[in-house]
Design a protein around this ligand. Sequence first.
Ligand SMILES: Cc1ncc(COP(=O)(O)O)c(C=O)c1O
Length: 384
Amino acid sequence: MPNKEMLLIPGPTPVLDEIYEALSSETYAHTDPRVVKTTLESLEMTRKMFNTNGEVFIVAGSGTLAMEMALVNTVAPGEKILVLSQGFFGDRFIKLAESFGIQVDVIKSEWGQRVCAAMVESKLEKGGYKAVTVTHVDTSTGVEADLATLVPLVKKYNALFILDGVCATAAIAEDMGRDYGNNAKIDVVLTGSQKAIGVPPGLAILAMGPEALEARAAIPRVSAYYADINNWLPIMKDPTKYFATPAVNMLYAYRKAMEIVHAEGLDNRYARHLRLGQATRGALSTYGLKPLASEDVAAPTLSCILYPEGVNDLAFRKALGAKGMVIAGALAALAGKAFRIGHMGNVQLADLRKAIGLVGEALQEQGLTVDIPRALAKFDSFHV
Ligand SMILES: Cc1ncc(COP(=O)(O)O)c(C=O)c1O
């Protein structure tokens, strides 16, 4: 099934035909050896992507379920976490923690900026945090968290490092085996299927390193059932067993997507995303459009772009929709003042290039003078 629209929102992202084909394969019994094989191979390729010797879980649900699994399996009610929030999805951890009776402190950055590491350290010094949550790329702002600074800082104070990879996994390295100094490692990565992995929405993915698994073992009873990894662990080890019916067809699609990720090569994929982000922002800047995040903190996966004076958000996005291209509006206080464009996963280069031209046309329709050939030349200069 060819993609009818250029889906350039920050997820779900365009789905390749071979992934659609896998998705529409015959549905076998969830305990059928062919499904068991698909599950085990999917787990193995995910383990390889995160470079972890811990445990990996793939369950039916969205990224928010993966956030919930990460939290309830590592932090008991009454314990305290520190949320580092760089936007809307960072804030989601606050609501989750509150829902489960977990105490929560927050450090928020200005939207478009990173949290201040010195502020993080002064909070951590006071102690008592079981875990720190970090959103790798906050989809509301297009800011990428600085793992090289944050991982060693958090681990210095013996808190678990929980990383929300929903808008980063498979596009930016999330290497749980990497030593960031003094054996500081990422403890948990949680993610969803629908962004840079390139599968339709519907799978929650969680990787737990050794310290995170120890934390689960120390919690007598988590306040969840479906999200309790102890119910899933036997299934992930032996998918012939049953806990809750797995999303069989989504697993077919996910395995295919993982094959595509590894065939491209992780490093190549990460480098491609860097170039895609730079090329998209570079080209759009020739129209006078300014990204919310400065280039040194801007994410490879999506960009939040501020409208110049005089551009109407709804009319602009409607005009693009009429040309077959879908982008997203901005969230919260930025609604109406910016748009968000995804450049991740299996998005085709030709589509992204075409999108640059269409954005130019939509701006012209709003009365702006823009030079489309110049924008395309800028895009091409990044040799994506
Ligand atoms: C960074 C981030 N975290 C979490 C979520 C929540 O994922 P979902 O909408 O799949 O529940 C999203 C959704 O866009 C996200 O971008």
